[in-house]
Design a protein around this ligand. Structure first.
Ligand code: HEC
Ligand code: HEC
Length: 323
């Protein structure tokens, strides 16, 4: 993307962005290097278009017919003659009314809320192998063609900054403003309902290693609440003997070279826990799937409990010791 000629202003722009304009001006005198970046050097990079208002759309224009021709040579190889998508490249047209389906087809026409965004996107990013190689007229023409493929503008349409900003996309009203998904009331002082009773904590569940067990002394909670090291040492370590029956019962019914779970004929994803060494070798994935997340057991078919998950987590945290 950054051919030699374009790299220099880009780097200058980054410096300006990080250091700030006044610091950069100072640098010229204080450190004796650099020059303030000229607005003309920034201009070619300042191509963002406001989707809602169309602000930033440049002069120029293009028709559906012109767009069809450019599309044929520069876009169809990936996106298909009529935007249907070639191979696994994105589909650009169609999908109207599918957003509530099990497999919604999100295209420019069915999904995008604002038309000027299409100009911005094509100008900035397409064609994929040569981004920012198109003229503004070509981008207007391609924008018109893509909107026509989606039955949003007629075959005769010619688009420029004004007419593009006026195009109303079908899914314009389909987005909601993000909002918190909790009904809690905001509270900034005296918030906890007294009295608070702690019924369980991660150290006792063996999810968070005990500060003393792991040798990580010195944190505030250790100083305040933990018993003396001698007492902590009495907490029994989780051994493979604790974990092996859990894995066997909850996982190996499927994850075995010869699964016993109905419907399974081989180890899913090639992952088998038949031998202790395999369990240890795959302990990071086990934690990822069954402790940190509850992806496994699949659909919790084997009814793994939270306590069992915590025990497996503690065993792995202790280095997954084998007998
Ligand atoms: C070499 C293959 C290739 C070519 C050629 C190509 N594109 Fe793309 N196009 C892509 C890929 C890949 C993406 C998805 C990029 C991403 O998501 O980061 C994409 C995404 C798009 C999208 C956004 C689709 C969406 O709904 O998110 C549009 C619009 C688009 N291209 C238009 C064009 C236009 C116009 C041209 C011709 C000037 C073109 N593309 C040429 C590969 C290509
Ligand atoms: C009812 C059968 C079944 C049980 C029980 C089961 N799994 Fe799985 N497991 C699967 C299937 C099927 C896949 C492949 C899922 C996929 O590819 O989307 C899988 C995939 C995995 C993977 C690989 C996932 C990835 O994306 O890398 C891991 C790791 C795993 N299981 C661990 C476990 C652990 C640990 C247990 C027990 C706590 C367990 N599974 C219990 C059926 C099961």
């Amino acid at each position: 993307m950054f051919k030699s000629g374009k790299a220099a202003p880009w780097i200058a722009f980054c410096i300006a962005a990080f250091v700030g304009a006044s610091a950069l001006a100072d640098a010229g005198t204080r450190y004796g290097f650099g020059t303030p970046i000229a607005p003309a050097d920034i201009a070619p990079w300042n191509i963002d278009v406001n989707g809602l208002t169309g602000a930033g759309l440049p002069p120029g224009s293009g028709s559906v017919a012109q767009g069809a021709q450019i599309w044929e040579t520069k876009c169809a190889a990936c996106h298909g003659e009529f935007g249907e998508g070639a191979g696994r490249f994105p589909v650009i047209a169609g999908g109207a009314g599918t957003l509530k389906d099990d497999v919604p087809q999100k295209t420019v026409g069915s999904f995008w809320p604002y038309a000027p965004t299409l100009f911005d996107y094509i100008k900035r990013a397409m064609p994929f192998p040569a981004p920012q190689s198109l003229t503004n007229d070509e981008v207007y023409a391609l924008t018109a063609y893509v909107l026509n493929l989606n039955d949003i503008v007629p075959k005769t349409a010619v688009l420029d900054a004004t007419s593009l900003a006026a195009v109303h996309m079908p899914n314009r009203a389909g987005f909601i403003k993000a909002r918190w998904d909790t009904k809690n009331v905001v509270c900034m002082s005296a918030c906890k309902p007294a009295p608070v009773k702690i019924t369980s904590d991660l150290v006792n569940l063996h999810v968070t290693p005990d500060e003393h067990e792991s040798g990580n002394v010195g944190s505030t909670s250790a100083a305040m609440s933990l018993p003396a090291p001698a007492a902590a040492a009495a907490v029994p370590a989780v051994t493979f003997a604790d974990v092996a029956p859990i894995i066997a019962q909850r996982c190996t019914v499927c994850h075995s070279a010869k699964p016993t779970q109905a419907g399974f004929t081989s180890a899913p994803d090639g992952i088998a826990f038949d031998a202790p060494a395999r369990i240890k070798a795959q302990s990071a994935q086990i934690v990822g799937q069954a402790v940190r997340t509850h992806q496994m057991p699949l659909g919790n078919l084997t009814h793994m409990t939270d306590k069992e998950r915590a025990l497996v987590g503690a065993w792995v945290a202790a280095g997954a010791p084998l007998p």
